[in-house]
Design a protein around this ligand. Structure first.
Ligand code: RIB
Ligand code: CA
Length: 307
């Protein structure tokens, strides 16, 4: 059994990634830590708790940071819906998290499984950065950290060059990218190139007919409208699930190792993952950057998780 910790700002694509991990027979999800991002923390927490219950799993879910380290919280209800789950009327309230702050529980769980943990981050990196600030040597105790974040090669989704998870808390992202942790970055370019679903492709998954198959498609209602209207995509894209697919089976993507730095300015200088492809900075490479993905393998993994 491989041991995972998942940090998430649970909204409609995060929830699908959670389903994929929770339904993977050889993965033991030791903890789910929740961070503010797509929606405020209380809603993200309820969305994570609901998804764990729907999967019939018993994984502790911990509440974490309600805002970035230094900046005000910027959310994305316009992308995922007010409840973050497509506003389709799911009962997303009243569930209780496990006691303990996510940053402390990240540290505790990593220390209890030193060297044997795969950390998958699906939201802003505030919780992970806080854990690293409290215990810098934690970086060496994580086997590998798969980050849905940034842009490997291409354009951003919040500014022309910044992706939401990094942009929301760029100071946290810089701490994580410079921590010495073994990082694999799956940027938003991988999602819009290899993980978009038009109506027909979404219908093929929904027609599997199980409650989970219907759930993973129906909660994309708001994302579908937004993606087609704002991102000129032919349907919704699933950045967190394709990142989870890479964490479950790294062969889903191909990678190159580069120096990646994060900008912490404002305006267009905020939250850019600067990938030094030519090595012109002379700085040591710190990130394995996903360069391409095998869509068929990803879709097959997604289909299996909801069948
Ligand atoms: O930019 C896409 C990322 O931002 C995804 O993780 C999505 O869930 C949002 O958190
Ligand atoms: Ca997310």
């Amino acid at each position: 059994m491989r041991k995972f910790i998942i940090d998430t700002d649970t909204a409609s694509d995060d929830a699908v990634a959670l389903v994929m991990a929770l339904r993977q027979p050889d993965i033991d999800v030791k903890a789910i830590t929740v961070v503010a991002g797509n929606v405020p923390l209380p809603q993200a927490l309820q969305n994570a708790l609901y998804t764990v219950e729907l999967c019939g799993a018993s994984v502790p879910v911990y509440a974490g940071c309600a805002k970035p380290l230094l900046r005000d919280l910027e959310t994305a209800e316009v992308v995922h819906g007010k409840d973050g789950m497509g506003d389709i009327g799911l009962p997303l309230q009243g569930r209780q998290p496990a006691p303990g702050h996510a940053a402390d529980m990240l540290r505790q769980t990593i220390n209890e499984n030193a060297g044997d943990i795969t950390l998958v981050t699906l939201g802003p990196l505030t919780n992970v950065a806080l854990a690293l600030l409290r215990e810098p040597e934690l970086a060496r105790k994580v086997g590998r950290c798969f980050i849905m974040g940034g842009v490997g090669a291409g354009h951003g989704n919040v500014t022309p060059t910044a992706e939401f998870n990094i942009w929301v808390d760029p100071e946290a992202a810089r701490i994580v990218y410079e921590s010495g942790m073994a990082i694999t970055m799956v940027g938003w370019d991988i999602s819009w190139r290899h993980a978009t679903f038009d109506a027909e492709q979404a219908g093929e998954i929904r027609r599997i007919g199980t409650p989970l198959a219907e759930f993973v498609i129906d909660i994309q209602a708001t994302l579908t409208d937004f993606a087609m209207r704002e991102n000129a995509l032919a349907g919704f894209d699933l950045p967190d699930p394709i990142t989870m697919a890479a964490a479950i089976d790294p062969d889903v993507c191909t990678y190159e190792r580069y120096r990646v730095d994060v900008t912490t300015g404002d305006g267009l200088a905020r939250g850019i993952t600067v990938v030094d492809r030519l090595g012109v900075t002379g700085r040591e490479a710190n990130v394995d950057v996903a360069e391409s993905a095998d869509r068929a393998s990803f879709v097959e993994m997604l289909r299996r998780s909801v069948s």
